[in-house]
Design a binder for this molecule. Structure first.
Ligand code: URP
Ligand code: ZN
Ligand code: ZN
Length: 462
């Protein structure tokens, strides 16, 4: 059904203007100061956006939906993750494919794609994790890139599970350079963490509050520096995921000043939550265990200023949903067994609006750039996604900045039993969310079609 969004204030990464937007099918076909609804085909759906912002659909470039991890599986599937994402204004997801070391990469790609097919209501693509790199797998990675997955993921953390040896990291980054794909990286020194964890456990420090001390900022800064050294040697383009603290941001910027092609992602939990959350009594702190860990509060201003100055390119979530009961409590006797992750896929945009825009830390344009446009540019989706232009996909968010509410578990669609932001004030809400011209969410409720989401093939752009 054709769609007309009237009287809205259109906000992109660079522009801010009043316009009407018409979508005849799946793409934006007209953007004009005023479009007369009476001139449009019968049956055109008209959304009055008076007093509202119209944003390009938000993109979350770092999520986990199907994730076998730390002895369990992430709690969402594509249906619940799509509902949550759309209710919060996110229309495109980039999920990490995270196979185990024994899995064949192509099989993993097909498995992850099959988990999305038929259940996704958002559009989606993947970063392909490389967890080992013997000669035989090289061709599989070429084939996966050829199938439209134009980015790799590497883990410098998670010793014995996901982390790569230096030899394999070098070979992976060399191949990425040859293929023109960017390498996204979890940067923490796995061996240092392993040693610190063992020492803490041996001293009887088993609670969730010890997760942070087992992975201090220096461990992350070291990982960023290490990745950037290889990038410097090889010319590979790299993207540091969930960059959490001053030390790690500085390591990336120092590399950038040396000419390294490095981009920085930070994730919403690190902007608004701090290390004291993991100290909450009665094991509640486990809800706030993620890696890198929540940091000292002073780092939050560093991250916001990094976004404001555009040193930090993207704000993602690293959505990794594990319930408190039955999953997080696997680590009751030792923090190293608490599944890592803080689910935030639904809350990200409103948290950035509340704590970034309404708190005057960043502008609306910067919010759009960090939560949509930069991800599209970096990962080969622009201007199909991340833009409001004639010809772009009609992924649009009509956003009410005056809405006031609180975040609650009751209002969230993710399959977990808690909300990390429970009871927090919330300023703003996505009123209407479209994916390729079809309304998929209204006022926090999913009203779309499960299975309508499409796999986005991407070309190498680096
Ligand atoms: O705590 C986290 N980040 N969980 C998900 C896995 C990862 O490292 O991204
Ligand atoms: Zn990670
Ligand atoms: Zn992650």
């Amino acid at each position: 059904m054709p769609l007309l969004i009237q009287n809205g204030r259109v906000i992109t990464a660079t522009d801010d203007y009043q316009a009407d937007i018409y979508c005849a099918g799946e793409t934006i076909t007209r953007i004009e100061p005023s479009i007369d609804a009476k001139s449009l085909p019968p049956g055109t759906e008209v959304v009055d956006a008076t007093g509202q912002f119209v944003f390009p659909g938000f993109i979350d470039p770092h999520v986990h939906i199907y994730l076998p991890f730390m002895g369990t599986f992430a709690a969402d599937d594509y249906a619940s993750a799509s509902r949550a994402a759309l209710a919060g204004g996110t229309t495109t997801l980039i999920e990490m494919i995270c196979p185990g070391p024994a899995d064949q990469p192509w099989d993993a790609f097909e498995l992850w794609r099959s988990k999305a097919q038929g259940l996704a209501a958002v559009d989606y693509t993947f970063h392909m994790s490389v967890v080992r790199f013997e000669p035989g797998v090289r061709d599989q990675f070429r084939k996966i890139v050829g199938a439209g997955v134009a980015s790799f993921k590497v883990f410098l953390a998670y010793k014995g599970a996901l982390n790569l040896t230096d030899e394999d990291l070098f070979a992976t980054m060399k191949l990425a350079r040859e293929l023109g794909v960017i390498v996204t990286a979890h940067c923490e020194n796995a061996d240092a963490i392993d040693a610190l964890q063992k020492a803490l456990l041996a001293a009887g420090n088993t609670g969730p509050e010890w997760h942070g001390p087992s992975r201090p900022p220096a461990v992350e800064a070291d990982g960023v520096h290490h990745l950037c050294t290889f990038a410097e040697l090889l010319g590979t383009h790299v993207y540091t995921v969930h960059t959490s603290c001053d030390e790690a941001v500085r390591a990336a910027l120092a590399a950038r000043y040396r000419g390294v092609n490095v981009w920085i992602e930070s994730v919403i939990p690190h902007f608004v939550l701090d290390e004291t959350c993991a100290e909450r009594p009665n094991f509640e702190g486990a809800k706030y265990v993620m890696s890198p860990p929540l940091r000292a509060k002073r780092n939050q201003e560093v991250l916001w200023n990094g976004v404001k100055s555009r040193a930090i390119s993207t704000i993602a979530t690293d959505h990794a949903p594990f319930s408190f009961r039955g999953q997080k409590d696997m680590g009751k006797d030792g923090f190293t067994r608490i599944p890592n992750g803080i689910p935030s896929i639904q809350e990200r945009v409103d948290l950035v609006h509340t704590h970034g825009v309404a708190a005057e830390r960043v502008t609306l344009n910067t919010m759009v750039d960090a939560c949509s446009t930069q991800a599209a540019r970096l990962f080969g989706l622009y201007p199909r996604k991340g833009a409001i232009q004639v010809g772009s996909d009609a992924d649009l968010v009509v956003y009410d900045p005056a809405f006031r509410s609180t975040f609650t578990k009751a209002g969230s669609h993710s399959n977990v039993d808690y909300n990390a932001y429970e009871g927090w004030d919330r300023v703003g809400r996505a009123r209407v969310v479209t994916v390729r011209g079809a309304i998929q969410a209204r006022d926090g409720k999913f009203v779309g079609t499960i299975g309508r989401g499409r796999f986005l093939e991407r070309e190498p752009t680096h």
